[in-house]
Write a protein that binds this ligand. Sequence first.
Ligand SMILES: Cc1cc2nc3c(=O)[nH]c(=O)nc-3n(C[C@H](O)[C@H](O)[C@H](O)COP(=O)(O)O)c2cc1C
Length: 193
Amino acid sequence: MLRVVSVLGSPRARGNSAILAEHFCKTARELGADVRTYVLNDLNYRGCQACMACKTELDKCVLEDDLTEVLESVANTDVLLMASPVYYGEVSSQLKGFIDRTFSYLVPDFPSNPRPSRLTPGKKLVFIQAQGQPDASQFADIFPRYSNFFRWHGFTDAYLIRACGVMDQGDVEKRRDVLDLAGDTARTVCENS
Ligand SMILES: Cc1cc2nc3c(=O)[nH]c(=O)nc-3n(C[C@H](O)[C@H](O)[C@H](O)COP(=O)(O)O)c2cc1C
């Protein structure tokens, strides 16, 4: 069974990025995937402490908090869905805190190692981005930057579902094109896995 881990980065439970993530997950479930969702805003965790324990004495993050389970689930998943609003041109701080903790997946000699990550390669990344700004040329850098980093972790295929010009909670419900893209992306990911 295909495993999907959905990591939601918005503090809005019914926000635009969460709605798109739910559309993706609903289709994935209908196609038989096992979907697990984490709402980062409900969890207690710290950002990476740069202690380097994951490079010197452990093969995982030394911190024990609510992200411990999330990091383990992501390590064992086939598909990682990360959903975020754009805040000041970046992912939310909730999602960034999680992303920084994935530093623990990297092996000690990651800069020179052809297999820099401890994760099994062949995973798929789905990235959902919701932004108030309607101009799609704005904040177009976020997905390429993070998909490049996640390629180190073996996420070879990366898919973007993006809603521009959605400001208020639920605005994306009126955007049939993006909602359809979420379902279509789930079909592409599930049927090619
Ligand atoms: C603190 C904060 C910063 C924001 N910064 C940006 C921004 O830099 N660019 C943008 O287009 N929208 C920005 N927005 C608008 C959100 O991206 C927009 O409301 C989005 O739909 C939120 O997604 P969500 O409903 O999934 O939380 C910001 C909103 C907040 C609350």
